[in-house]
Design a protein around this ligand. Structure first.
Ligand code: C2E
Ligand code: MG
Ligand code: MG
Ligand code: MG
Length: 280
């Protein structure tokens, strides 16, 4: 009867939960190991000045080459690291790796590092950032930290933390703008150097919807407050041309390059191609 079926479904559900919890737990253990066994690697995606096509910075993006499962996306393992508290260790590892790599780049090229909201709330973030800079010798002005709107909810604490980081001399970018809870008024209240406009708006920018007006509004507000704007996920020439017309300052996306290995970035930065991509 229905009751028996219900019970059976419930038991299946429980077993499924158990399996998933176990899989998660083992991934967590493997991730802990990955930090030290060399299967984690930071890739870097170039960010270009839209006007002259020069590379202004590169964003560090984590890659995990799992022995059996192949490449695991950060979208999958970052949340696990956040839930387990492993994100602080992982985040520090990325910070150190990115700063150590960026000292090899031409002096005008910055490195951008994603900071999880969990890391952002940790009391020791500014100390950890200072430690990564000291260990690598990278000037603070060449490090950019990317935070998401989620950290801004706890208004006062977030503002304090941002000012602390600012005192170090690093730059702060607001990542994935438009996907979170923030309003345009946040842009004026918090000391950002850069707004990264989420890919979802760039994707539809040439279409009939409101995307291009939204991008225009963000670009205008940013410009009025001396902030730069980076368009995320630029994949076509048409998108780039529109962004150029709208006054967006930087772009990042598959049109120019996906995230590539540290060795490939070094080659790219040395090569002529880095400067050869001309403006619209
Ligand atoms: P994000 O910081 O917004 O990074 C941009 C993501 O968009 C990257 O995905 C990048 O590979 C992808 N992307 C760039 N250009 C294009 C494009 O033209 N088209 C499309 N479809 N995608 C594009 P990825 O590397 O898979 O990273 C996903 C997210 O994982 C990142 O989003 C970031 O939130 C997080 N993440 C990655 N590395 C780290 C890290 O070291 N620490 C933390 N806390 N989060 C990280
Ligand atoms: Mg980012
Ligand atoms: Mg982003
Ligand atoms: Mg995004």
């Amino acid at each position: 009867g229905a009751k028996a079926d219900g019970r059976r479904t419930y038991r299946f559900f429980e077993a499924g939960m158990d399996q998933r919890a176990k899989a998660r737990r083992s991934l967590e253990l493997e991730l802990r190991q990955a930090i030290t066994d060399g299967s984690l690697e930071t890739y870097y995606q170039p960010v270009l000045n839209i006007e002259d096509g020069k590379i202004s910075s590169c964003e560090a993006l984590l890659r995990w080459r799992h022995r059996e499962r192949g490449m695991i996306s950060p979208a999958e393992f970052i949340p696990i690291a956040e839930d387990s508290g492993l994100i602080n260790e992982l985040g520090q590892w990325v910070l150190n790796a990115a700063c150590a790599e960026a000292v090899n780049w031409p002096a005008h090229v910055r490195v951008a590092v994603n900071i999880s909201p969990v890391q952002f709330r940790s009391q020791s973030l500014s100390l950890n950032v200072a430690a990564a800079l000291a260990a690598s010798g990278l000037p603070a002005s060449r490090l950019e930290l990317e935070i998401t709107e989620a950290v801004l909810i706890r208004d006062d604490a977030a503002l304090d933390a941002l000012h602390q980081l600012r005192k170090l001399g690093v730059r702060i970018a607001l990542d994935d703008f438009g996907t979170g809870y923030s309003s345009l008024s946040y842009l004026q209240r918090f000391p950002f150097d850069k707004i990264k406009i989420d890919r979802s708006f760039i994707k539809d920018i040439a279409g009939p919807g409101a995307s291009s007006s939204i991008v225009q509004a963000v670009v205008n507000i940013a410009a009025a407050s001396d902030m730069m704007t980076t368009a995320e996920g630029v994949e076509t020439e048409q998108q780039r041309n529109l962004l150029y017309i709208l006054g967006c300052t930087e772009m990042q996306g598959y049109l120019f390059s996906p995230a590539i290995s540290a060795a490939d970035v070094r080659r790219l930065l040395l090569s002529h191609r880095a400067r050869a991509m001309s403006a619209a």
